[in-house]
Design a protein around this ligand. Structure first.
Ligand SMILES: Cc1cc2nc3c(=O)[nH]c(=O)nc-3n(C[C@H](O)[C@H](O)[C@H](O)COP(=O)(O)OP(=O)(O)OC[C@H]3O[C@@H](n4cnc5c(N)ncnc54)[C@H](O)[C@@H]3O)c2cc1C
Length: 371
């Protein structure tokens, strides 16, 4: 059986590792020079959003023999709005690094692999289709799925980020919902050591936003982050992504082609998380090939998650800065704190996003916002 995997990122490598565990050696094509050959970026995996799974990393390790070592557990998430600061306390999840970093998740995955990767690949889908029995599309965006008429793009985003040197508490990331500064978007600071962190802004490319100057948005946010984190930073690296697609495929598999990771549409449009589901789609596609499970069935919950997350995005976008201030202020209300503690605790099975989706839908309907 000849299997081609296009893309050696989170989903492609997870697929390859799983195939190997079942005695199948795939051929992996990666267009870049090496695994993780891109900007360094700190990311997060919040188990809270993956319920009923209690701990995403333990889950991957126990169930699929895929082992990832995070930078840190997240014990507190500080949330900033225009006028308020609140926090979500508890074991929320983990932070990790991606890209050109020796222990980035993709580098950790590569170490769990036996197969050699074909780097600097220029192989196109049409070509591998002719020469392989199965093709796994794991190229990290919806381009291929779009060309095959199998992708619904709900929005695109502009993302700009920097790596900074400063003083950080590794288990405390920060997030900003301040529409005055980042219209309908958000920003975050994720430390990846006590001395380094990423500061990133992301906002949707809606007509009103396209008119805005990214340099002005960035300056405003950067000054705000310096003020809120009470320090001046030294910028050591930069990146910018335009038209980052958030969408989902119509069907996860066409003939013998599997869409995995962002090619499938794992990226949650609400908050931009996609790592955990990328790994799952990689594993599930391998399971299908090995005859252990049906891909279409296994990914059903991911379609559901995507739709819930889209409702969350519309809901967040409908709020004004004073609504956000009100919500953030109440994060530190004792009763709400208790409820959040209950939901965040590792014993909780509450699927937070699924639970609040009907309420957000009601609100969106009331505000006349289409799903
Ligand atoms: C700035 C930013 C911040 C993010 N933050 C978070 C976060 O905090 N938490 C979270 O869960 N998710 C986050 N995400 C989303 C997450 O990174 C993605 O969902 C995840 O990496 C997708 O995995 P993938 O396997 O689809 O793609 P990737 O891991 O990106 O891998 C794709 C690979 O395919 C290769 N490739 C591309 N085209 C070809 C080709 N034609 N042939 C061969 N190889 C090719 C690429 O070089 C790359 O190595 C973030 C994304 C961005 C951009």
């Amino acid at each position: 059986m000849k299997i081609a995997i296009l893309g050696a990122g989170m989903s492609g490598l997870s697929c390859a590792i799983t195939l190997e565990k079942h005695g199948i050696i795939p051929t992996i094509f990666e267009k870049r020079n090496c695994v993780g050959d891109r900007f360094v970026n700190a990311e997060a995996m919040f188990s809270l959003l993956d319920r009923p799974i209690k701990d995403s990393l333990q889950f991957l390790s126990k169930n699929y023999d895929i082992h990832l070592k995070p930078i840190s557990a997240v014990n507190k998430l500080v949330v900033h709005s225009k006028k308020q600061i609140g926090s979500i306390d508890g074991k929320i999840g983990y932070t990790n690094v991606r890209g050109r970093y020796e222990n980035s998740y993709e580098c950790q995955l590569e170490k769990q692999l036996i197969t050699k990767i074909n780097f600097n690949s220029t192989c196109e889908y049409e070509e591998v289709c002719k020469n392989f029995d199965y093709v796994i599309l794991a190229t990290g965006d919806g381009e291929y799925a779009s060309h095959l008429g199998n992708y619904k793009c709900d929005l695109t985003c502009t993302i700009r980020g920097v790596t900074v040197e400063g003083k950080f508490v590794t288990d405390i990331p920060h997030v900003w919902f301040n529409y005055d500064v980042i219209p309908k978007g958000y920003a975050w600071a994720i430390p990846f050591s006590e001395k380094e962190a990423n500061l990133v802004i992301a906002y949707p490319d809606y007509p009103d936003n396209i008119k805005l100057d990214i340099n002005t948005i960035w300056e405003k946010f950067y000054n705000l982050a310096c003020k809120d984190l009470n320090q001046e930073f030294k910028i050591t690296d930069k990146f910018e992504i335009t038209k980052y697609m958030m969408g989902i495929c119509n069907i996860p598999k066409i003939d013998n082609t599997y869409f995995v990771g962002n090619c499938f549409g794992v990226l949650s449009p609400g908050l931009g998380f996609g790592q955990f589901a990328s790994i799952l789609t990689g594993i599930y596609s391998a399971y299908d090939i090995c005859g252990i499970g049906k891909y279409e069935e296994l990914v059903k919950p991911l379609f559901k998650n995507y739709n819930h997350s889209l409702v969350l995005r519309k809901f967040l976008e409908s709020l004004k800065d004073n609504d956000l201030d009100f919500a953030i202020k109440n994060l530190d209300n004792k009763l709400i704190d208790k409820i959040i503690d209950m939901i965040c605790s590792t014993d909780s099975k509450v699927n937070f996003l699924e639970g609040v989706t009907p309420l957000m839908k009601l609100w969106n309907n009331y505000k006349n916002i289409k799903d």
